[in-house]
Design a protein around this ligand. Structure first.
Ligand code: HEC
Length: 716
């Protein structure tokens, strides 16, 4: 056990060092000796410790969420390539237990695959065989309490200096020994009684580990990022995304500046801005770029009634990596009101724009525009829509601000917003290949009707079901229309010319994250259960594998024992599973879906069990249950506020939790009360709602029963 770090690195070390050496030989031939010496010196200086990648994409391991710290999800490996990928086969599969979501991005370091899934259950698996080396369960369901209600599960972890770092739903940051799986330290990064939760991956740099949080959708949350010392867990610096109560004084000049862009008593709502996903460290500028989230609550008229830009919501904020001090920001959606997170990948690249070599960052946030931003200054270089959008005519490059469609702020009472709140692109990794010069974006195509009629803006309260959800009218209590044949796509975006090079429609709204390789390959899993390799330059499908489950997570690739492997976690959960019929159409039921770690190698011959079928669940109908319309309607409002993001819109589940229409529990008042209010299944991930009165619980039961009746004929 203790030796796993040491057993594999010998070959890994050899493989790694061969690469810069080969480059040097080439450089010497080209430039002669003096330049060659210089190059050799700088190469020596930049040679990091064995496990740590230095230059983007020059490692045989996959030690960071985005491959390397540049978050491009690109690998220089070529053993598997567009010429031989047809021979790719399964090397091993590791079965995971039933859990809220198996979507966590794996890492690979020196022959070990690490991953965190569900409520941050950590696993270390032998990269060549899949044999378990250790697992560690931080027992989130025992301590999360009400924070369990916002459960998404974990999306990624970090590695540095022999330690695995991971955040938990209840707001802890953990450091675990990568060799043994022993907990080294655990720090509470959130405050008692707050609504902050963690689902995203920490990132590491300069001996530090940084973590953000989520919570703006459900609570009066004020987002921040915090860095800690990797060795001890001691807090180093914290940056708040939005200003707090001015009466208490501002933490720094940036907050003072930001406060001028807010109106009313915003701090009572927390403000939001929670950085729950993208945090990219740039060693060239020593900046950390933070992607910030939506407002809390989403409707700006409640949060900041006199308008204002509401800094630093929906922005990219650059912080000094040493001190956490504000350096620059670019606000993607001033005065955000549509849940338009700017928390999606921030990838670093150096590209030629108008004949000039520029160090830039790319981001494709929810709002549908692709942004190219100068890394040093934060200046917007270009922004064009990468998908259908209705809210802006363009982004003005002179002042960097969107030219909004005046109707988008609901002057007509409602607005058909594209992209929908799920975004044109969500957290599912996009990747950038310096070889093709293209960015691969898992794209979503959906519309959401926002309605402010009948919303009591002045009297709005959180968790006030009869009123509205997040400051907008409740969506209608009807089954969503049948899903369109293709609601997603994968597209190759040219960031210089700001247009799609190719695009392929995909079934399902949300598909998996992407990884690209120097072997001209794009790897991606789909909602329909296929894991695929496409030609990165043309988009041609070269290989696919039936994973027996939908894939939401992102693939990684690495060398182990001289062979190139590709690993992906098959599992259907989080954002992908909460789209009602859009998700349920594939039949990935919570209790029966096959959550697995799948690893591929050229010539791999392992087979998944045959006959693994998933069938759409059947609602249970009980004619003796007399449904009362008024109770069911009241139950609907409670359901939308409290249950929808796990059990699915219109009570149609997509794999994140059991389908309640098919559960016998709602037929029995006592059992239902024990589960929902009594916390009988809390240890398994079903949160406790002990504040519900008996009549509220009954209302929920009537709603669920009504939905079962309405959908009793098979509806996938
Ligand atoms: C954070 C996600 C989450 C939320 C929010 C949530 N649930 Fe659950 N629920 C679960 C999970 C996970 C299970 C399955 C636990 C298990 O394995 O038995 C479950 C199980 C149940 C069951 C038992 C189903 C069965 O057949 O065993 C009922 C009933 C239920 N939930 C009702 C509700 C209601 C009503 C709400 C809203 C008031 C709600 N849940 C909110 C995650 C959630």
């Amino acid at each position: 056990m203790a030796n796993i770090e040491r057993s594999a690195p010998v070959s890994a070390r050899r493989e790694r060092r061969a690469t810069p050496g080969q480059h040097l030989i080439g450089a010497c031939r080209l430039f002669g000796t003096s330049l060659c010496l210089l190059a050799a010196l700088s190469a020596c200086r930049s040679l990091p410790d064995d496990r740590k990648p230095d230059l983007p994409g020059t490692t045989d391991n996959w030690t960071a969420y985005g491959g390397t710290s540049d978050e491009t999800h690109f690998s220089t490996l070529t053993q598997i390539n567009d010429g031989n990928v047809a021979q790719l086969g399964l090397a091993w599969a590791y079965d995971l237990p039933t859990m809220i979501s198996a979507v966590g991005a794996p890492l690979e370091v020196a022959g070990t695959v690490y991953l965190g899934v569900g409520y941050t259950h950590l696993y270390a698996l032998d990269a060549r065989t899949g044999r378990k080396k250790w697992d560690y369960d931080p027992e989130v369901t025992k301590v999360a309490g009400p924070k369990l209600r916002m459960g998404w599960g974990v999306r990624g972890i970090a590695y540095d200096n022999g330690k695995i770092f991971a955040g938990t739903q209840d707001g802890r940051l953990l450091a675990v020994d990568a060799a043994t799986g022993k907990l080294l330290w655990s720090i509470q990064t959130t405050e008692p009684g707050d609504g902050r939760t963690i689902s995203g991956a920490p990132r590491t740099f300069n001996g530090k580990v940084i973590i953000g949080n989520g919570g703006a959708d459900f609570t009066n949350s004020r987002g921040y990022v915090t860095t800690y010392d990797q060795k001890t867990g001691r807090q180093l610096w914290r940056f708040f995304v939005v200003p707090g109560d001015p009466a208490k004084g501002f933490e720094n000049k940036a907050m003072e500046m930001a406060a001028k862009t807010w109106t009313g008593e915003w701090w009572k709502w927390g403000g939001g801005g929670n950085p729950w996903n993208a945090m990219t460290y740039d060693k060239e500028t020593n900046l950390v770029f933070i992607g910030t989230g939506n407002g809390a609550p989403q409707n700006q008229a409640i949060r900041s009634p006199g308008g204002g830009d509401n800094l630093f919501l929906c922005s990219v904020v650059a912080l000094d990596a040493d001190t956490g001090e504000y350096v620059w920001h670019y606000q993607i959606n001033p005065g955000e009101t549509w849940d338009y997170n700017a928390t999606m990948d921030i990838s670093l690249a150096t590209i030629d724009i108008a004949g000039e070599r520029r160090k830039v960052l790319f981001t494709a946030p929810k709002n549908g525009f692709f942004y190219v931003i100068d890394r040093k200054t934060g200046r917007l270089l270009s922004a064009e829509p990468y998908t259908e959008q209705t809210w802006a005519s363009k982004i003005d490059l002179q002042n960097g601000r969107p030219v909004e469609n005046p109707d988008a702020r609901f002057r007509l009472g409602s607005f058909d917003l594209r992209p929908a709140m799920s975004g044109g692109h969500n957290w599912h990794a996009m990747s950038f290949s310096p070889k093709t010069g293209l960015v691969y974006i898992p794209t979503l195509h959906a519309m959401r009707k926002y309605d402010v009629r009948n919303v009591d803006i002045a009297g709005w309260k959180r968790a006030d079901p009869p009123n509205s959800a997040n400051g907008y009218a409740l969506p209608p209590d009807a089954e969503l229309p049948a899903p369109p044949p293709f609601a997603g796509s994968i597209q190759a975006w040219d960031p210089v010319n700001q247009r799609a090079r190719w695009s392929v429609p995909l079934k399902g709204l949300i598909n998996g994250g992407t990884a690209t390789t120097a072997g001209n390959l794009l790897f991606q899993g789909y909602a329909d259960g296929q894991f695929t390799a496409r030609s990165a330059d043309t988009g041609k499908l070269l290989w696919s594998f039936d994973a027996h489950n939908g894939i939401v997570g992102q693939p990684i690739t690495y060398m182990a024992g001289g062979r190139q492997y590709v690993t992906v976690v098959a599992g259907y959960g989080t954002t992908a599973a909460v789209q009602g019929r859009m998700s349920s159409q594939f039949g990935w039921d919570y209790r029966t879906q096959h959550r697995r770690v799948l690893t591929f190698v050229l010539g791999g011959r392992v087979m998944l069990p045959t006959g693994e079928k998933t069938e759409a669940v059947q609602p249970i109908v009980d004619p003796s249950f007399k449904i009362a319309a008024d109770k069911a309607s009241r139950g609907f409002a409670i359901y939308v506020q409290n249950c929808v993001h796990c059990h699915g819109p219109a009570a149609i589940a997509g794999g994140q939790a059991p389908d309640l229409r098919a559960s016998p529990v709602s037929l029995d008042a006592e059992a239902f009360h024990a589960v929902v209010a009594g916390g009988a299944l809390e240890s398994l991930g079903m949160p406790k709602f002990d504040e519900f009165s008996a009549s509220e619980l009954e209302a929920l039961r009537h709603y669920i029963r009504r939905r079962a009746d309405q959908t009793a004929t098979p509806s996938k």
